[in-house]
Design a protein around this ligand. Structure first.
Ligand SMILES: CC[C@H](C)CCC(=O)Nc1ccc(S(N)(=O)=O)cc1
Ligand SMILES: [Zn+2]
Length: 240
């Protein structure tokens, strides 16, 4: 259905390198984060998120995830500070999740997976004209990763502002898109503190379908996560 890749046995992450050789590149994502090995970098300031005036445009099932897109014609919603030299504009957010239990996140922490992972995707509109152009540049994108862990609490809406945990302490490293085309253009900022989502919320993700409703074989959308990739000498830095 429109893409030459997926998460199944025939088209999953271990086969992506056939059409996307960069899958075996030197700065691929996600990775397994080892907190003890992450070097604390005092020069790493806090990240600043300005989502108050965020304007969502639509929500869609793109066949791989559920995506909420934002108006990015100006700097109304940006992330800045931390490892970033410029403000990066919010373009979209989406999720990765598992079939059941705790697997589902893309990044792992000492081998520990969370039930899901939220990605807030931003692009460097200071240096590049369009998101597409930024997506192929080594400093073009910044993705904020937030772990979701199953718990009995409920959470209100998907306004990115209220989705943030109390602490903005993070790990950061240079990586890539975690789905094809796997461009090595992402400065990853992964928050240490997960947010809680209820099992009911998680079950709603799983009702989404990989295929369109009309197609006969209704493929349930689950396990839409890429496993951790080799670090290849990269340093992961930790905010204080
Ligand atoms: C041509 C530009 C761009 C490929 C168009 C499609 C796109 O936005 N892809 C995308 C975005 C974010 C991630 S992730 N999971 O946050 O690393 C993975 C893939
Ligand atoms: Zn993602």
């Amino acid at each position: 259905t429109g893409h030459d890749w997926g998460y199944g046995v025939e088209d999953g992450p271990s086969l992506w390198h056939q059409n996307y050789p960069i899958a075996k590149g030197s700065r691929q994502s996600p990775i397994d984060i080892l907190p003890q090995t992450a070097s604390h970098d005092p020069s790493l300031g806090p990240i600043a998120l300005k989502y108050d005036q965020c304007t969502s445009i639509n929500i869609a099932n793109n066949g791989h995830s559920v995506v909420v897109e934002f108006e990015d014609s100006d700097d109304r919603s940006v992330i800045q500070g931390g490892p970033l030299d410029n403000p990066y504009r919010l373009k979209q957010f989406h999720f990765h999740w598992g079939g059941k239990g705790c697997r589902g996140s893309e990044h792992t922490v000492e081998g520990h997976s969370y039930a899901s992972e939220l990605h807030l995707v931003h692009w460097n509109a200071v240096k590049y004209e369009t998101f597409g152009e930024a997506a192929t540049a080594p400093d073009g994108l910044a993705v904020l990763g937030i772990f979701l862990e199953g718990s009995v609490t409920d959470f209100k809406s998907f306004n990115p502002k209220c989705l943030l945990p109390s602490s903005l302490h993070y790990w950061t490293y240079l990586g890539s898109l975690t789905t094809p085309p796997l461009h090595e253009s992402v400065t990853w900022i992964v928050l240490k503190e997960p947010i809680a989502v209820s099992e009911k919320q998680m079950s709603k993700f799983r009702m989404l379908l990989f295929t369109g409703e009309e197609e006969d074989q209704r493929m349930r959308m689950e396990n839409n996560f890429r496993p951790p990739q080799p670090l290849k000498g990269r340093k992961v830095r930790s905010s204080n």
